[in-house]
Structures are given as C-alpha cells and as structure tokens.
Unconditional design. Structure first.
Ligand code: NAD
Length: 321
C-alpha cells in the first residue's frame, strides 16, 4: 500500500491535474461508468464533530474508495489544527485490497475549485471578461485562482457578507495580475461569470443582481438548509450540476425544487455537456448555473492522480500491509 501524506500534496498536485481528473470523472458519471455511494454524515457526540464517508467507484478510471473525515470545530482553538480534516482511501477494484492512503485536506479545496472551473470551461461565454466572487473565505481563494485560468478575465469584482475578508481574494487577483474591485451586490450585474462560495443559510445573490448571459457557479451549498442565491435565479437559468440527486436534496436546487419553481428534470449533469450528449449554453444571453454539491468521486479522482504523481517523483511511502 502507498501513503501520500498531507504535507506532500502541495508540492505534487497541480491545478491542471485536478481539473483534468474532475472533468474526466464528471464525464464518466454522466456516461454511467462511475457512481457515488450514499453519503454517511454523523454527529458523533464527541468534540461536537461531524464525521462521515463519501465513496464511489469509477469503472473507467478503475478508482474505488472513499473519503473519510469531517469537521472538528474545536481543532484550531484547542490544538492549532485546521477544523476540516479528511483522508482518502483507495482500494484495488480487482482484489479489494487497500492500495493507497492520501491526505485529503488540500485536495478537497483543489477538487472543489476544479469543479467550478470545469463548469466555466463548458458553460461560460467565450468572451467573458469580468468575474464576480461572492465569498472570501478559505475556499474562495482556491476558486478564484483556478477560475482565472479558464477565460481571459480582465477584472475581478467581489462582495462578501464579512467585507473585512475581501483582501483574501483581492490578493489572489493581484497575484494573477488582474485588477480587483469590491462592489455592492447591485454591482454584480457587471460580471460575466459569478462564483458563490459561502456557508450562508439565506440567499445573498438575487436574480436582479445577475445579467443575461452570465454563468453562475454556486459552490457553497452542500447541506440541507444552506442557500446562497435566490430560487428565482434558478427558475430563469439553465441549471447544471455534478449529481442531480444531490443537487435537489442538499444543493442549491433544493429550494427552487421545494418551492415548485423548477423540477428535478430541469437539472442536467455537467458531465453530459462534457460528453456532448446534452446541449450546454445555446445562446449568449442565457444564464447558465452550475450547482456544485461536491461528490466522493471527485475526491477519489484527485487522490488517484496525486498517487501517480507521488510514484513518479519517488515520494510515495510504500508499506507492507
Ligand atoms: P470559510 O469559513 O473559510 O468561509 C465562509 C464564507 O462564507 C466567508 O466568505 C463568509 O463571509 C461567508 N459567510 C458566512 N456567513 C454568511 C452569511 N450568513 N451570509 C453570507 N455569507 C456568509 O468556509 P470555506 O471553507 O470557504 O467554505 C465555504 C462553503 O463551501 C462552506 O459552506 C462549505 O461547506 C462549502 N464547501 C463546498 C464544497 C463543494 O464541493 N461544493 C467543498 C468544500 C466546501
């Protein structure tokens, strides 16, 4: 069995490798070659922790396994550790023997950023120039860094519920050589692409804040009850997702579906667009919306990619198991 420790991931994994892994696995999911197992998430009654498993099998990439982990709210204060902790375990699909154990913390941010980037590649207008960010926390920086590689963006605009956090994303824009401007939500109408990545339970981005032709990637809503954008925005958009079952239950579409504004059949898999079996954007004035809920297969795909890189560079630790 191979071990790739968390400390090695930053030096091994590239944004491009994460993008390629996530794009391929979305395509495999839509083709019926890969599927996610039901998610387990439990409050364990210790340290207020939420712990769970996200697993799946990709027959094309021959990737079988799970991500185990969750959220330990006291880690940072009590122990100086980050609160989100996860580890990916991969298994040999021919034998069931464990093949790798991989640090999953940084990989989670990279695979989530890759998902919105894949949506921008396939759904945003080719001439998109202004990218808007709703959110400025840990994930937002990864999201923006990856998204800037998908189009020739000339400007980043940002809004955050906690405005004092905006320098987190301004730094990313400046490092990429793209000017940044903080805006009110009304100013988001200037954006050609908008990424929302917050932990909100009430919508901030309303339909009136989004211009025709915009691509919106909603990346923060991954739990029942969370909501980042007004349901009416989905009703007026072409809606795509990583996995339809998750989108309508724990994703952004849960609200529009519950309110009867759209139905499950209005939500399409992004992978089908990648495969060319479903039409993506078909007009420059359409609003497209990607509901990125986060699936276990994304974690397995990036973990498998990083194992290959670790083997190539002689960094993977081999243990007899
Ligand atoms: P974080 O704590 O670093 O940042 C939270 C962000 O949400 C900040 O911008 C904060 O200002 C904003 N926020 C907090 N309360 C708000 C409110 N009431 N209204 C509007 N905005 C508010 O968290 P993070 O690590 O950046 O994660 C952000 C979200 O992304 C979380 O909800 C997390 O569960 C989700 N997430 C999704 C995926 C996925 O695959 N879709 C993967 C990882 C994380």
């Amino acid at each position: 069995m191979l071990i790739v420790p968390e400390r090695e991931i930053a030096g091994l994994m590239t944004r491009q490798a994460a993008f390629d892994a996530v794009e391929s696995v979305f395509a495999a999911m839509a083709a019926g070659d890969a599927y996610n197992f039901p998610v387990v998430r439990e409050a364990i009654g210790h340290e207020d922790a939420l712990y769970g498993f996200k697993g799946g099998f990709d027959r094309t990439g021959l990737t079988l396994g799970l991500k185990a982990g969750g959220y330990w709210p006291n880690n940072l204060e009590k122990r100086g550790l980050i609160n989100h902790q996860s580890t990916v375990f991969l298994f040999d699909p021919d034998t069931g023997k464990p093949s790798a154990m991989v640090g999953g913390n940084l990989l989670t941010a990279l695979r989530t950023a890759a998902a919105s980037s894949v949506s921008i590649k396939h759904l945003a207008r080719a001439d998109a120039k202004v990218i808007g960010m709703i959110g400025a926390g840990h994930q937002a920086a990864f999201q923006l860094r990856a998204a800037l590689e998908q189009r020739s963006f000339e400007k980043v605009i940002g809004w955050n519920y906690h405005p004092e956090m905006l320098p987190n994303i301004e730094k990313v824009a400046v490092e990429a050589g793209v000017p940044f401007k903080a805006v009110e939500l009304d100013g988001m109408t200037e954006a050609d692409v908008i990424i929302s990545i917050t932990s909100a339970f009430e919508p901030s981005l309303m339909a009136r804040h989004v211009s025709p032709g915009t691509h919106v990637a909603c990346m923060g809503t991954d739990t029942k009850g969370k909501q980042e954008v007004e349901s009416a925005l989905l009703a007026g958009a072409r809606v795509f997702t990583d996995e339809v079952a998750q989108s309508v239950t724990i994703g952004e579409a849960q609200h529009a579906v519950a309110e009867g504004l759209i139905s499950q059949s209005d939500v399409a898999q992004l992978g089908a667009v990648i495969n060319g079996t479903y039409e993506g954007r078909s007009a420059d004035d359409q609003i497209t919306l990607f509901d990125g809920t986060g699936v276990g297969l994304q974690d397995l795909a990036v973990a498998a990619a990083v194992v290959d890189l670790a083997v190539e560079k002689g960094i993977a630790i081999k243990v007899d198991f």
